[in-house]
Design a protein around this ligand. Sequence first.
Ligand SMILES: C[S@@+](CC[C@H](N)C(=O)[O-])C[C@H]1O[C@@H](n2cnc3c(N)ncnc32)[C@H](O)[C@@H]1O
Length: 269
Amino acid sequence: MKTLRPITPHSILTEKLKQLRNDPSLKETSDNFQKELNRVYLLASGLDKYLEENTTSEPASLASLSQETRKFDWETDRGKHDVFLEAEMLSGHVEGQFLKTLVSATKSKNILEIGMFTGYSAISMARGLPDDGELIACEIDAEAAAIAEKSILSAGLEKKIKIIIGPAMDTLKKISKQNLTFDFIFVDADKQNYTNYVQYILKSNLLRIGGLCVVDNTLLQGEVYLDRVDRSEAGHAINLFNQYLNNEKQMEQVIIPLRDGVTVSERVK
Ligand SMILES: C[S@@+](CC[C@H](N)C(=O)[O-])C[C@H]1O[C@@H](n2cnc3c(N)ncnc32)[C@H](O)[C@@H]1O
């Protein structure tokens, strides 16, 4: 099975420290320096494992979805998709449990997800819904949606999760015509459109006052706080999105440094 490359600020930092620790030129440095470097590496490398171990266990259905997503050959399959897809996109155990806890603690009943991929976060959030709760998931890629659909069925959540395939902005426009309002919205799709999505969500009242808008990858591998020259286009877009949200008077937010950064924002006006 494919080993996932580091895609969070913390795992990238850990990988860099590992390379540094194994760098032959550092063998010449003092014992104290090497001991301290080793300690810094252990501090960094132990965190994700500790978080996994001390988070409520991952249900078997989600563990197997995670494995299936990792086994899938996204690279060979790439030409068939309009968007770039890779196994690393899946949110996973700790973030999934975080989302489920947020949904159930806020007693949310209606959820909108923008960017479902193979369904890990959709299933996690739906597990936090009451019996009459519903989640609408927007996904542009039909093949990723098909994998999600299979897992949703095996998790017995088909009555709660409705998938809409197509560009999310088109779906938002269709949904807003039906006057739907959500308690909880999770944004995890194309980074260049994050600001457009949240502006549209507020303009068309898709999020109720007091509802939560949770946004993934808002640290974008640490690029948001690095110099502009070290930022990809996605990093630049997320940096602008974070500035927009910070100035948006209808929202109050906090960036949680979980995985690649998760912003939890509440609509206050
Ligand atoms: C980071 S992945 C989502 C991961 C998922 N939320 C999870 O936790 O497993 C981003 C997804 O957004 C989808 N996507 C990208 N652009 C989109 C668009 N314009 N409309 C709808 N979905 C889009 C991609 O196909 C991909 O499946």
